[in-house]
Design a protein around this ligand. Structure first.
Ligand code: ADP
Ligand code: MG
Length: 468
């Protein structure tokens, strides 16, 4: 299957070849022809499966076919003409043809930069990001150019709509990227307001990790006779990402283990996830003192600082990024080999998004969770959600003091193999359980782990929740 066969024009094909894309991914194969035909789409497929190009390529294709002469003068030209006549030009609202809504600023910038890459040979089409945190004059400058494509986070966009800076009456294509996430972040009212301001004749494409529940309801409300595309691939299950759990007794054990794991020879770059912004800062400081090149990324940082940190990560100057969920959303750096959960995420969905920061573009990745004995239930919730068991590993010299009172299987085949324990890791073959009522170890937050639960029996074979 080639991009040509999907019906994209030669300017786009050339840009893709230059970008090193040789063949469309499964989601692109399905979405592109349908979107070129003008269909509404509801798409769910995992992170890293190439969704940006799946909506941007057919949109660029369609927008490039619109005759600029027939579309009339752009507000920008009118402003220039007014200036030439010596009049003070009145700011005319920008009239974008396409709008992409994304949950975070980072993601918006990534979509814009991908768009620039795909549209290099379509000079007439310009994409800009409208984001919270960006200086207002800068945004006015961008809007005055009357770009065809706006990529925006919902909140800031509403501000501009309400002050008459953007007019959606000419909008042809609306994309909601990571719609589930936008709803999680409480953007539902903003999204509805924005959708209401666009023509009902628009084409709508919605991308989401899931199409169930609230997202599904909204999706069906805002689309017309949509084509539903759900891709279940190996990448979907993150089969190229090896997952591990290491149990820790207390914070100092966790920190020592993290330092050790970060020195793994196979580690190129890593993201360490923390529950709080403060922890992200503290750990970044501590790792820098320990000789790592580490940096924090979280929502309290100014946009400029966040962009600089991400640039340093992409350039390889920062090796270890310590991040919170929201800030790390959508980070796409193929050289990230390891993801660490210093704290487990609140929701299993976030676990999936976190580990998807590694194993990008078909590479392999390693996702390691450092888990307190008391958090065993949270690991189970994640396993139930992903329908995959996460093998428990122990490293010599870093064993948890708590020992198992019941055994669990060895990691499944394909996880740890004798001889691949570069970092000295070996499977424990045992979950660490604490006996109900067993005395608590000093320093561990609470006792309990799998208290009273039925340890799964072991057969060494590959199992998942799905096949029982
Ligand atoms: P998603 O939105 O599904 O998480 P992205 O659109 O961010 O995925 O794409 C993930 C990575 O794969 C990006 O680095 C992107 O440039 C790359 N990519 C997308 N499509 C292709 C393709 N057809 N061939 C090679 N690389 C691709
Ligand atoms: Mg995406």
């Amino acid at each position: 299957m080639t991009f040509e066969a999907l019906g994209l024009n030669t300017s786009l094909i050339k840009a893709l070849t230059d970008a090193g894309y040789t063949a469309p991914t499964p989601v692109q194969q399905q979405a592109i022809p349908a979107a070129i035909a003008g269909k509404d789409l509801l798409v769910s497929s995992q992170t890293g499966s190439g969704k940006t190009a799946a909506f941007m390529l057919p949109s660029l294709h369609r927008l490039s076919e619109i005759d600029p002469a027939a579309a009339g003068k752009t507000p920008n030209q009118e402003m220039q003409a007014a200036r030439a006549r010596g009049e003070r030009p009145r700011f005319k609202a920008a009239q974008p043809k396409m709008l992409v809504l994304t949950p975070t600023r980072e993601l918006a910038l990534q979509v814009t930069s991908n768009t620039d890459k795909y549209s290099v040979n379509l000079r007439r089409l310009k994409a800009v990001s409208i984001l919270g945190g960006m200086p207002y004059p800068k945004q006015m400058q961008l809007l005055a150019k009357n770009p065809e494509i706006l990529v925006a986070t919902p909140g800031r966009l509403i501000d501009h709509m309400e002050s008459g800076k953007i007019d959606f009456s000419q909008l042809e294509i609306l994309v909601l990227d990571e719609a589930d996430r936008m709803l999680d972040m409480g953007f539902i009212d903003d999204i509805e307001k924005i959708v209401d301001a666009t023509p009902s004749t628009r084409q709508t494409m919605l991308f989401s990790a899931t199409l169930d529940g609230v997202v599904g309801n909204m999706a069906r409300r805002i689309t017309k006779d949509p084509q539903v595309i759900q891709i279940l691939s190996a990448a979907n299950k993150h089969e190229n990402i090896t997952q591990r759990v290491h149990f820790v007794d207390d914070l100092s054990h966790k920190n020592r283990l993290l330092d050790h794991l970060l020195r793994d020879d196979s580690l190129d770059q890593a993201v360490v996830f923390t529950a709080t912004k403060r922890d992200a800062d503290t750990i970044a400081d501590r790792l820098n003192i320990a000789g790592f090149s580490a940096a924090a990324l979280h929502g309290d940082m100014h946009q400029g600082a966040r962009n600089r940190t991400l640039d340093s990560l992409r350039r390889g100057q920062v090796k270890i990024l310590i991040a919170t969920d929201v800030a790390a959303r959508g980070i796409d750096v193929p050289t990230i080999t390891h993801v660490f959960n210093y704290d487990l995420p609140k929701f299993p969905e976030d676990y999936v998004h976190r580990i998807g920061r590694t194993g990008r573009a078909g590479r392999n990745g390693l996702a390691i969770s450092l888990v307190n004995h008391a958090e065993g239930m949270n690991v189970k919730r994640i396993e139930r959600f992903t329908k995959q068991l996460i093998p428990v590993n122990v490293i010599e010299g870093y064993e948890p003091k708590k020992t198992a009172s019941a055994s669990r299987s060895s990691p499944r085949p394909g996880g740890w193999k004798p001889g691949d324990n570069r970092g000295g890791a070996k499977p424990s073959g045992q979950r660490t359980f604490s006996k109900p009522g067993a005395p608590r170890k000093e320093g561990s937050s609470t006792g309990g782990g799998y208290k009273g639960s039925n340890p799964r029996s072991t057969d060494g074979a590959r199992r998942s929740y799905g096949d029982r």
